[in-house]
Design a protein around this ligand. Structure first.
Ligand code: ATP
Ligand code: MN
Ligand code: MN
Length: 305
C-alpha cells in the first residue's frame, strides 16, 4: 500500500502532489505535476521575488480553462508552510499570507495555485513601498512593436528622471516596468509619482499612450496602468506562471531583448529553463543594489511640466 500512495502522490520538494497527471492546460498538455516541478526548479529565482512581501495567489483548481480565484489569505486551504501575517497589516480582512520558501510555493501549487502576485512593499514596513510598477496594457490588436516602443518611451522618461528601471514580460499581453525605490516614500507619494509619469507619457506621445483606464480609451494605444501602486494592489511576480493557455511565465528581460521577443508570453513553464540555463547575466542582477528615491524635487518636476 505505501508504494501505491507514493506513486499517486509524487514528492516535489517535500510536498506530495495529488492528481499529478491531471492536465491543467489543454494547450500544452501540461500537468499539475509539471507545474509543481516548474516551481521547484525556479525556486532560486522566484523565492527572492516573493519573500517578505504580502502575497495574492490565483488558484485555478480545474486548470487554466476553468474558473480562477484571486485570494489573499489561506481561507480553508491547508498550507502550513505559508506564513500568516499579523492581523494589523489588514485589520478588516482575513490575515494576509507570505511565501518565504520554495516549500510554501510548491505547497500552494499543490492547492491549485497557478499565479503568485506580490505587493509593492515588504510586510515588515508595510507603509513604505519599495518599488513602483507600471503595467503596460495594450489594445489587444496592436502589434508587439508598439509594446516595444511604449516600453522604450517609459524607460526613456524614467532615465531622464534619473531612475533606473527593470522590465519583465507579464506572461500575458504586455510588459511590466519596475522601479525599485528606497523605503522613504508613502503610498500617496508613490501613487502621485506613478500617475505623474503616466500622464506625462500620454501628454508627450498621445498617439501611442493613454493614461485612462478602459478598453475604449486605449483603441490603437497602450494604457500605462499606474494603478498597481496603491496599498493592497499587487502585480504578478517575476517567474510566476500565468493561468492562461500555454501556462506562460512572467520573465525578466534586458531592454535590448525587447525587439526580438515577439510576444509577452514567449516563455512558459515548459521552456523557461532553456532561457534561464542559457543566461549569461541575470537581467535583474543590479536590482538589489539600486538605491534611488522619489525626492520631492522629482515629484515637483513631474507635476510642473
Ligand atoms: P497582461 O499583460 O495580459 O495585462 P497582467 O498581469 O499585467 O497581464 P492585468 O490585467 O493588466 O494583467 O493586471 C495587472 C495586475 O493587476 C495583475 O498582475 C494582478 O496582480 C492585478 N489584478 C488584476 N486583476 C485582479 C483582480 N481581479 N484582483 C486582484 N488583482 C488583480
Ligand atoms: Mn497588464
Ligand atoms: Mn492592467
Amino acid at each position: 500500500m505505501p508504494a501505491k500512495t507514493g506513486k499517486s502522490r509524487p514528492d516535489v520538494g517535500g510536498i506530495g502532489i495529488s492528481n499529478p497527471q491531471r492536465v491543467i492546460d489543454s494547450h500544452s498538455g501540461a500537468t499539475k505535476l509539471q507545474l509543481a516541478q516548474y516551481y521547484l526548479a525556479v525556486g532560486e529565482w522566484l523565492v527572492p521575488q516573493l519573500a517578505g512581501r504580502p502575497l495574492s495567489i490565483v488558484r485555478a483548481p480545474d486548470g487554466v480553462e476553468g474558473d480562477s480565484f484571486f485570494q489573499r489569505h489561506c481561507g480553508r486551504l491547508k498550507m502550513p508552510h505559508m506564513k500568516v501575517l499579523p492581523k494589523s497589516l489588514d485589520p478588516e480582512h482575513a490575515r494576509l499570507i507570505q511565501a518565504d520558501s520554495v516549500t510554501a510555493v510548491v505547497e500552494a501549487a499543490q492547492m491549485g495555485t497557478v499565479e503568485f502576485h506580490t505587493w509593492n512593499a515588504h510586510s515588515d514596513r508595510i507603509d513604505r513601498p519599495d518599488r513602483v510598477v507600471f503595467d503596460l496594457d495594450p489594445d489587444p490588436e496592436l502589434p508587439w512593436e508598439k509594446m516595444v516602443e511604449a516600453t522604450g518611451l517609459t524607460l526613456d522618461l524614467l532615465d531622464s528622471l534619473g531612475l533606473r528601471a527593470f522590465i519583465k514580460t507579464s506572461g500575458g499581453r504586455g510588459m511590466h516596468v519596475v522601479v525599485p525605490i528606497d523605503r522613504r516614500s508613502s503610498w500617496d507619494c508613490v501613487n502621485e509619482f506613478a500617475r505623474g509619469v503616466t500622464v506625462r507619457l500620454a501628454k508627450e506621445s498621445p498617439e501611442r499612450i493613454v493614461a485612462k483606464m478602459g478598453p475604449k480609451n486605449r483603441i490603437g494605444k497602450i494604457f500605462v496602468d499606474y494603478l498597481r501602486n496603491q496599498r493592497g494592489a499587487s502585480t504578478v511576480a517575476a517567474y510566476s506562471a500565468r493561468a492562461r493557455p500555454g501556462l506562460p511565465v512572467s520573465m525578466p528581460v534586458r531592454r535590448d531583448e525587447l525587439g526580438s521577443l515577439g510576444a509577452a508570453n514567449r516563455w512558459n513553464i515548459l521552456n523557461a529553463h532553456e532561457r534561464l540555463d542559457a543566461l549569461e547575466h541575470d537581467p535583474w542582477a543590479d536590482y538589489g543594489s539600486t538605491r534611488q528615491s522619489l525626492s520631492s524635487r522629482l515629484l515637483a518636476s513631474l507635476g510642473s511640466r
